[in-house]
Design a protein around this ligand. Structure first.
Ligand SMILES: CC(C)(COP(=O)(O)OP(=O)(O)OC[C@H]1O[C@@H](n2cnc3c(N)ncnc32)[C@H](O)[C@@H]1OP(=O)(O)O)[C@@H](O)C(=O)NCCC(=O)NCCS
Length: 136
């Protein structure tokens, strides 16, 4: 868990209370996925169930050295499969409106912008809510 918390602090702008990570793992262990390389964690994604029909992606991060090699795609597709296995109909996430790389990454994985929340983050940045429909 320590290495995921460390990677989150290195890859994400937002700061999270370390105890949240154990909490997310406990409530939905299958939504807590990491990539290990040479004994080190270089990527992670955390998703939770928000209702019997919906899921939410809370965080995703890949170590800067390993980006652009498909690691993030593998993580998000594996998490989406976990949601599909549970008959989840849609998955939401929030992303900072200035995080163009992440927005393009989510677009590539079928997410579309459905809302714009002003001052969503503590530092005043806005967020887009993006949604991926999973039902056939
Ligand atoms: C977003 C993130 C997880 C993507 O991980 P990754 O391993 O680099 O992703 P992939 O290699 O699977 O890339 C898939 C797609 O993402 C987009 N993408 C990834 N890196 C990009 C970059 N540097 N510039 C623009 N688009 C990029 C592209 O659409 C890419 O498709 P392509 O390979 O056909 O060009 C990673 O960039 C990251 O950790 N960013 C910092 C943390 C963050 O912003 N998290 C999201 C917060 S909501």
């Amino acid at each position: 868990m320590f290495y995921v918390i460390k990677l989150a602090s290195e890859t994400l702008t937002e700061r999270y209370n370390p105890s949240l990570f154990s909490y997310f793992y406990e409530i939905f262990p299958d939504g807590f996925i990491v990539v290990e390389y040479n004994g080190r964690i270089i990527g992670f994604i955390i998703g939770v169930l928000t209702s019997p029909h919906s899921g939410r992606i809370l965080m995703i991060g890949v170590s800067p050295k390993h980006r652009g090699k498909g690691m993030g795609s593998r993580l998000i597709e594996e998490l989406l499969q976990e949601f599909i296995n549970r008959n989840i109909s849609y998955v939401d996430l929030e992303v900072s409106t200035d995080n163009e790389k992440a927005i393009s990454f989510y677009h590539k994985h079928g997410f579309r912008i459905i809302d714009h929340i002003k001052q969503f983050y503590q530092d005043g940045r806005d967020a887009y809510v993006m949604r991926r429909l999973l039902s056939l």
